[in-house]
Design a protein around this ligand. Sequence first.
Ligand SMILES: *Cc1c(COP(=O)(O)O)cnc(C)c1O
Length: 410
Amino acid sequence: MTLDDVREMDRVDPLANCAKAFSLPDGVVYLDGNSLGAMPVAVPRRVEGLLRKEWRQSLVRGWTDHSWIDLPVRVGKRIAGLIGANEDEVVVSDSTSVNLHKLLVAALKLREGRSVVVSNQENFPTDLYIVQGLAWLLDDSISLRLVPTADIESAINEEVAVVMLTQVDYRTGAMLDIEALTDLAHQRGALVIWDLSHSAGAIDIDLGRADVDFAVGCGYKYLNGGPGAPAFLFVAKRHQDQAQSSLWGWFGHASPFEFDTGYQPSDGLARMQCGTPPILSLVALDTALDAFMGTEMKAIRAKSVALTDLFVELVDQSCQGFDLDLASPRQSVSRGSQVSLRHDEGYPIVQALIARGVIGDFRAPDILRFGFAPLYLRYENVWTAVETLREVMITRAWDSPEFRRRGVVT
Ligand SMILES: *Cc1c(COP(=O)(O)O)cnc(C)c1O
């Protein structure tokens, strides 16, 4: 593989134009869109318009005059199109952690008599904390059965109410089979909650075909909604009349502006909202989703596979002998949109890369993580990243005290 080959890949890339919708600093190769997506160029103007025209001028009338009130549902509809859901099955609200709490309770209540939540040790910690906190709140009448990924299947028995998994492993990028695991859970009488945080916007997901019950996911990763963007949640149509949130707030009430003293859940998915939605962030997320218009998730996934395959191939080709081990699956069918490498000095290596403009991140204890956002990365960026990695390894540039200092966020 030569630089010319890689440039040819960019020349024939059907998604090459999508990068124009994003604004990245000069000299940066951004391989951390799986942690915080890049800023779409249209967002600042839209947010400024919201501040200056809508908020300043319309004041409280903005809720109706600018339909702020409908944003959670409207943006939910757009995300539904990216994850194979129906338009009325997705709403944007709260954070992924909070949405998990709401949906876990909903699912547990639909499986009364069963009390176990199955998840895997590799899952993202906040997902596990939410179950642990719920068990504490409910005086241990429910429990978390935490198993290695390989043992998920055998852990699902007749005590299990909910199987709660994340599609793409945040450390290794290993991808679980949503369809097969959902089917297995259903055969054993359990419901599923899928966390799509590391997949929505990068992978072609078909929640409908997989018959998924519930799902959640982040707005600020591959969906590019900006730091702290609200999350989304999915409830299959068949559960919407029975499923109830753990958090009864007025935005989930059948008629919030009647100010009844008693809670009455609204019809459908709207009941999964709790309090006032964050309109500044919702508008940013809504605008960011424009970058997906005119593309198909299948094409985005195809580019994601090609980017990660290229990275693996180039690391094989030019980073031999540096003790860098592939921590991600070699086969793209079982890999999300990231490639992780292992090295005992992972932390300073990542810092040295960042100092050279190649931004990936580090996950303890030894993972160097590189995320590939198909909408704004070029194949040549992958080439640059691997060349930079090679240079850092050959020169041992990472072996310096300045690269060993740890920030709060890694
Ligand atoms: C990023 C991520 C989260 C983050 O949850 P927040 O509530 O937004 O902080 C949760 N779960 C998974 C799997 C993630 O990757």
